[in-house]
Ligand binder design. Structure first.
Ligand code: DAK
Length: 258
């Protein structure tokens, strides 16, 4: 499907989704989020895709929800529409890994979108922030909850209450991003990480994603039980037999997703 606000390319088992509203610094409007939910759902259903990379432009991953589009809405509008909920739920439902490759601004909904992804690789030019307070609102796509879990209460409060931006170095120190690389190397690094994931067993990749995400949803005791059961269950797969045999035989494993 051709999109108006996205560029999607699928190559070597990786779906690269690029947000493409350059005139608005990739601000998230209803059209873009609808298209993004569709693109992620399609990639999840496509057997050729094993990993997804989500990126923006050099200047902006996304500068937030589209303030112009939101500015005329009433309580009744946002409550009735349940603004952005369906779209973000669709992205969260994706069982394949999604890497956010962030260059430039990731603000408000843009920062929240990056946090919805499975991990964030940042260019050294990246700037993260939750400046909704300057607009008289709070974050609305999970920012108060997810940022707090990533960076802790103190820094999350600081970001949400002052609206200040955090640079890539601080974001890495705080645990928001997994790696920081020079801007020129961002896509090479993100695609390289996606390629590595694409070489693994797709079954095990899904198991890892479910298990790590479980740590956000449940108690430690329940999470540990879930992990143990997942570990046990993988012994029913050919890929576990192959992975361990390959190690013992000192060769590369040939995973078949079985
Ligand atoms: N929305 C709409 N347009 C935006 C935009 C945004 N968030 N950010 C930038 N633009 C547009 C600018 O209006 C400008 O358009 P023109 O005037 O050229 O037509 C163009 O992009 C270039 O921006 P600037 O000229 O401002 O560029 P600068 O380099 O000078 O500044 C900046 C870059 C990122 C610092 C600045 O644009 C900025 O402060 N942008 C707004 C950042 C922001 O406040 N983001 C948070 C938005 S609020 C909810 C769901 C979601 C949310 C809330 C509730 N529910 C489900 C309940 C989320 C809220 C948000 O994200």
């Amino acid at each position: 499907m051709a999109y108006k606000t996205l560029i999607v390319e699928i190559e070597d088992h990786i779906a690269l989704i690029r947000l493409n509203r350059p005139d608005a610094l990739n601000a998230l409007n209803a059209e873009l989020l609808g298209e993004l939910a569709d693109a992620v759902t399609q990639a999840d259903a496509n057997d050729k895709v094993r990993c997804i990379v989500l990126t923006g432009s050099e200047k902006a991953f996304a500068a937030g929800a589209d303030i112009r589009e939101m500015s005329t809405k009433s309580f009744v509008d946002v409550f009735s529409e349940d603004l952005f909920t369906r779209e973000t739920e669709a992205i969260l439902a994706c069982r394949k890994p999604i890497i956010a490759a962030v260059s430039g601004y990731a603000l408000g909904g843009g920062c929240e979108l990056a946090m919805i992804c499975d991990f964030i690789i940042a260019a050294d030019t990246a700037k993260f922030g939750q400046p909704e307070i300057n607009l008289g609102v709070v974050a609305g796509i999970g920012g108060t909850q997810r940022l707090t879990r990533f960076v802790g209460k103190s820094k999350s409060m600081d970001m949400h209450l002052t609206g200040r931006f955090m640079d890539a170095e601080e974001a890495e120190r705080a645990g928001l991003v997994s790696r920081v690389v020079p801007a020129k190397k961002l896509m090479e690094e993100a695609m390289g990480a996606a390629q590595k994931i694409a070489e693994k067993s797709a079954l095990t990749v899904k198991a890892v994603k479910e298990s790590v995400n479980r740590s956000y949803e449940t108690t430690l005791r329940e999470g540990l039980l879930f992990e143990r059961r997942m570990f046990n269950a993988l012994f029913a797969t050919e890929d576990q037999t192959e992975g361990m045999a390959a190690f013992v035989e000192k060769r590369e494993p040939q995973f078949r997703d079985k």
